[in-house]
Design a protein around this ligand. Sequence first.
Ligand code: SAH
Length: 254
Amino acid sequence: MRILQHGARDLGICLTPEHLAAFQIYYEELVIWNERFNLTAVTEYEAVQSKHFLDSLTCLLALPGRPANSNIPDTVPLSSRMERPWRCMDVGTGAGFPGLPAKILRPNLHLTLLEATGKKTVFLNHLVGKLGLEGVEIIHGRAEEWGQRRGYRESYDLVVARAVAELSVLVEYCLPFCCQGGCFIAQKSAAGLEAELAAAQEAIEVLGGCVREVKSLDFPGLVPGRCLVAIDKITPTPEKYPRRPGIPTKRPLL
Ligand code: SAH
């Protein structure tokens, strides 16, 4: 786990031997289960550390309350900055990215992993048990449905997503889960991001969001061109959003 350890250090994150042991178990389970479940195309030891684990941890660099464009590390544990543990939702988490690496680092997060593909949630249940993580809820379902449910809608301090959909679609999946004052962090690549942001601008406003920061990540251990889009939730999402499953992709809010 040297690539992860050194990469995290460059991000300002100090990983303990316990963290690294958890990531090693994560890696081993991912590779074993991938043979049957086809969870990810990235399975090589170095690549998993950089493209999955380290990349996932970057979402912690754009939390609300951090100065814009700051590369100052998130060294203050979340618990001491918060009156209560944050509720965090990872939409379209796949094999757990970025939510689970963030949870390994910040065990006091209350994490919900939402994933539409059943076999991926079977893996996630196994992995969370194996890692002995508490405070993780795993849901097999679609964002369009769960975003309308009481207890989930307007209920999360932090929503994260990586590699799920174009931003105009993604905000309809994710912003309904954010409470007012909460925020959504999308992990994106820089290629085409400007056009994606322009196309999503109207949708973001309609759904109650406001772009706080677009942060380019330039760290040695990361794949070049990674970006974070941080969107604050400033007003509640109108009731009719998210629309029925499949509609956001078929007719994005432009
Ligand atoms: N976030 C992970 C997985 C990306 S692949 C990563 O970065 O590695 C996209 C995942 O989103 C797939 O597993 C897919 O099943 C899930 N997904 C796509 N649309 C969804 C929706 N509307 N609701 C819930 N999950 C969804």
